[in-house]
Write a protein of this length. Structure first.
Lengths: 226, 226
């Protein structure tokens, strides 16, 4: 993987404002994609439409899947252009002036044409990738899709080519003329925890607990055990 | 507020799948909107485009704002139809079969025509609403927008009319034929914490700390003090 590779800004991905916040290198883009549990995908369905989706990344593509009856997949089959956005809020930023309040965030926007994985082996590998993204090793422990289940879902992917990341970090932008205003300013960080595990009452006896350390590491989350 | 009011499903908001997960009452829709710090807004900009946005709700509208140079606002001025989505992930749901893995989530989708608030008093009230949503009482402590800052931003709103909520809760859907598979199944809850506060080094001396109890309650977050 040429993760040091820089993508070329397009007319759509070039930042008009705060261009110092923009990043076009694959390493940064991939790190944000890998930390985000969910994306929002914009597509055309009798006008602008957006759906939240669990997704996963493999090399230079993002993959997502869903029911064959999902209207997004119908729409993407007719008109594959879409806009994929993954965003994370890291903190609220409180400034002394109304207009300078902000959030610290990491986001990736990808424009492109979604492509369906129709070939069975590639499609199965796509479904496997979703499980393995969150819970490595789990695929071999669970029941794979039956033929009927397999045809009930569709898997799409989108190339990470016309893509950009945007990141804000740190304190409010310093505007010296406001320093004397006697109001609290600074950062309120947000953090995520996962757990404790809640066992499905229909479980077979003595099933060992799922290891969620990889999931925690992926999300930058702490683990709650009780 | 007629919060018991039921919205009428449209062709776009009617759920095709898992229709038991759909909700059309304002109380449910508003509760999800109020708990979500961020929305993703889909619009048409030479094809499907999506931007993450901080937003706020007042009565039966959602409001969002940004720089006058933001391409989304240019686009919405020409073509106001948009799709507003707020989503929250509450848990990962691990099933015994690959295809039944899921997430517990709450989401709201609103379709409609965004309308710009151009009248100065309404626009100012919109900006005030954003601050007051997260930090009640803060507006009166901070510096209001200067005339130049005021024209550098635009405020839009969207009516909550063609809207629906979708909610998944609980354990994996029980498929008795899979109960014997000896793999852990259940729920991995996600939770959010905010804090501890990080004071801007450029603060005036002795500024009292921001109260974040309302923000925590809004987000359903716990407060970390160290």
């Amino acid at each position: 993987m040429a993760s040091g590779e820089e993508l070329k800004p397009s007319e759509r991905t070039r930042l008009k404002r705060f261009s110092a916040r923009g990043r076009f290198d694959r390493a940064t883009i991939n790190a944000i994609l890998d930390a985000a549990p969910m994306a929002h995908i914009g597509f055309d369905y009798k006008g602008p439409a957006v759906l939240p989706m669990i997704f996963w990344r493999k090399e230079n593509h993002v993959y997502f899947h869903g029911s064959s009856k999902n209207r997004m997949f119908e729409a993407l089959s007719r008109s594959p252009q879409c806009c994929f956005v993954a965003s994370l809020i890291d903190a609220f930023v409180l400034a002394r002036a109304a207009i300078h309040h902000s959030v610290n965030y990491r986001s990736v926007v990808i424009y492109g044409a979604a492509e369906e994985l129709k070939e069975p082996a590639a499609k199965l590998e796509g479904l496997r990738g979703l499980i393995e993204r969150f819970y490595p090793g789990r695929w071999d422990q669970i029941r794979p899709p039956s033929p009927q289940e397999f045809v009930s879902v569709r898997v799409f992917r989108l190339p990470i080519e016309e893509a950009s990341a945007k990141i804000r970090t740190g304190f409010p932008t310093p505007y010296a003329e406001d320093f004397g205003i006697p109001v609290w300013a600074g950062i309120v960080p947000l953090s995520t925890s996962i757990g404790p595990l809640q066992l499905d009452p229909n479980s077979a006896p003595d099933t060992p607990p799922q290891d969620i350390s990889h999931l925690a590491s992926l999300l930058g989350a702490s683990i709650k055990t009780a």
